[in-house]
Write a protein that binds this ligand. Structure first.
Ligand code: TYD
Length: 150
C-alpha cells in the first residue's frame, strides 16, 4: 500500500454490518474528481492482461470490487506495483500514467471510476509517444494534475 509513480491508495469508507459490508464513493469527496463514467472488467481469463496505455487528461480510481489483481503504473521515470485485493481500497491514477493490469484472480472484478466519458483521443497507446508527451507536459508544468482530495 502507499504511493508510487504519482499514484496512491485511497482508503474508502466502510460501513461494516453483520449482513454484509458496504463501501461508497462520492466524487470530490473520496476521489479528487467528479465521476463521469463507471466501467468494469470481468470474466478475465487466467493469465490475461489489460491496460497497456495512458491518458492525457483522464483521472481514474481502480477498485478490486471482487477478487484481486495487480496494477503496474509508471510515470516514465519510476514504476510501482499495487496488488489490489480489498473492495475498500481504491488506486488513484492521475493523467499521464502508464498502466498494466494483470495477475487477475478467478472471478475478479476490476471496477473503474473515471473523470471523463470515453474518448479514444484521450489515449496514449504507444509507449514512446506517451514518454515524449509526458516530458513535454512536465516542461510545460501541466503533468500530472495535482491530486488534492484527502
Ligand atoms: P481499453 O480501455 O483499451 O481496455 P484495456 O486497456 O483494458 O484493454 O478498452 C477496450 C475497448 O473497449 C476499446 O475498444 C474501447 C472500448 N471502451 C469503450 O467503448 N468505453 C469505455 O468506457 C472503455 C473503458 C472502453
Amino acid at each position: 500500500m502507499g504511493d508510487g509513480a504519482g499514484c496512491r491508495i485511497i482508503d474508502l469508507p466502510r460501513v461494516t454490518d453483520p449482513r454484509g459490508n458496504l463501501t461508497f464513493v462520492e466524487g470530490k469527496a473520496e476521489v479528487p474528481f467528479d465521476i463521469k463514467r463507471v466501467y468494469y472488467l470481468y470474466d478475465v481469463p487466467g493469465g490475461e492482461s489489460r491496460g497497456g496505455h495512458a491518458h492525457r487528461g483522464l483521472q481514474q480510481l481502480i477498485v478490486a470490487a471482487a477478487g484481486s489483481f495487480d496494477v503496474v503504473v509508471g510515470d516514465g521515470t519510476t514504476t510501482a506495483r499495487f496488488h489490489l485485493n480489498r473492495s475498500y481500497y481504491g488506486l488513484y491514477l492521475p493523467p499521464f500514467t502508464w498502466r498494466e493490469l494483470g495477475n487477475f484472480s478467478s472471478g475478479s472484478v476490476c471496477l473503474v471510476l473515471a473523470s471523463q466519458v470515453y474518448s479514444e483521443d484521450d489515449y496514449f497507446r504507444d509507449y514512446d509517444e506517451f514518454l515524449s508527451a509526458r516530458h513535454e507536459a512536465e516542461v510545460a508544468g501541466i503533468a500530472p494534475l495535482p491530486a488534492t482530495a484527502r
